[in-house]
Design a protein around this ligand. Structure first.
Ligand SMILES: [Cu+2]
Length: 109
């Protein structure tokens, strides 16, 4: 039994890492590069600051709460989205910045 279980476990871990994608959303001129993106569960979004001042990206959503703190130009912070739903992303410094991330279940593909 053990001989069968282990290869299956390793295979499923491998396929998860194969299909997870990386997305980059930059911040420039006090706005996100996209208003809305659609990703799959397990994907990573890199929030890249291209403005010559700080941004502080956060989300108060139930599915994925995060606060990336303040960071300067050409730095990025990453979030792995592991719960399906619609995630509203804002900036604590610039209240007009808004991004909607639709996180879809992997099986929907
Ligand atoms: Cu900002």
């Amino acid at each position: 039994m053990r001989l069968i279980t282990l290869p299956i476990l390793m295979l499923s871990m491998f396929s998860v890492s194969t299909f997870a994608e990386e997305h980059v959303v930059s911040q420039k001129n006090k706005s996100f590069s996209e208003n809305k993106i659609s990703i799959n569960v397990g994907d990573t979004v890199h929030f890249l600051n291209k403005d010559p001042f700080f941004h502080n990206i956060f989300s108060l959503s139930d599915e994925q709460y995060f606060d990336l703190g303040s960071y300067p130009k050409d730095e990025s912070r990453s979030v792995v989205f592991d719960t399906p739903g619609e995630i509203e992303v804002e900036c604590a410094i610039h209240s007009k910045m808004f991004l909607l991330i639709e996180v879809k279940k992997s099986e929907d593909n």
